[in-house]
Design a protein around this ligand. Structure first.
Ligand code: Y39
Ligand code: FE
Ligand code: FE
Ligand code: FE
Length: 230
């Protein structure tokens, strides 16, 4: 579906917009904070890539500060309790995987699923964002492709050893993404972000990532459908 909305259509200072923004903005701030923490943890798990992963973690901190500024600019207080709850499933799964040294699962959660979610959400948000947030988000989304690329390159290089864990991690975590999208659908719509467009962009980014890693079209189709049927 095409999004032809222009910023002028939105009342960025209206109560309805600001109420929805208090949750979406919080999700993005919390997501960036958790992404920072996840790359720091990955740097411990993959010491041979420590410097690069710490660089990525610092980018996530910058993203968080940028989105905090977007909320302040609209005089919105982010609902951080809502956002922590929103990420709790993926958060718990990442912690468990990290504690047991399942680095493939950690990479699938952060560098594939969360990054593809970010890429979809930010690309859909940019055309409907207020001018201040648009500039910030345009800068951020470029970085997210680099984060996704780290995961793709590592998993491609370890493909044969990773394939089984990748499939299991996908089975456990992809259903959480559909659940998260449903939870955010109404607020996203207020901001001019269409759920079908989010799903479509996520699927494209995630499918491309799995393809780059070395999965067959058949595997990609099977993996992408997990949890979609509810
Ligand atoms: O790697 C990253 O920077 C990811 C943390 C950011 C993900 C943000 C999650 C965006 C979901 C927003 C949903 C809006 C409809
Ligand atoms: Fe649509
Ligand atoms: Fe980020
Ligand atoms: Fe990222």
């Amino acid at each position: 579906m095409q999004q032809l909305a222009v910023s002028a259509e939105f009342d960025f200072q209206g109560e309805t917009y600001k109420d929805a923004y208090s949750r979406i903005n919080a999700i993005v701030i919390e997501g960036e904070q958790e992404a920072h923490d996840n790359y720091v943890k990955l740097a411990e798990l993959l010491p041979e890539h420590k410097d690069e992963l710490i660089t990525l973690s610092k980018m996530e901190s910058r993203h968080m500060k940028g989105f905090q500024a977007c909320g302040k600019n609209l005089k919105v207080t982010p609902d951080m309790d809502f956002a922590r709850e929103f990420f709790s499933g993926l958060h718990a799964n990442f912690q468990t995987a990290a504690a047991t040294g399942n680095v493939v699962t950690c990479l699938l959660i952060q560098a594939l699923i969360v990054e593809c979610f970010a890429i979809a959400a930010y690309n859909i948000y940019i055309p409907v964002a207020d001018p201040f947030a648009r500039k910030i988000t345009e800068g951020v989304v470029k970085d997210e492709y680099q984060h996704l690329n780290f995961g793709e390159v590592w998993l491609k290089a370890h493909f044969e050893d990773s394939k089984a864990e990748l499939e299991e991690a996908n089975r456990q975590n992809l259903p959480l993404v559909w659940k998260m999208l449903n939870q955010v659908e109404a607020d996203a719509a207020v901001l001019g972000m269409d759920k079908d467009a989010l799903v479509e962009d996520f699927m494209i980014a995630y499918g491309e990532a799995l393809s780059n890693i070395g999965l067959s079209t058949r595997d990609i189709m099977r993996m992408s459908a997990y949890g979609l049927k509810g």
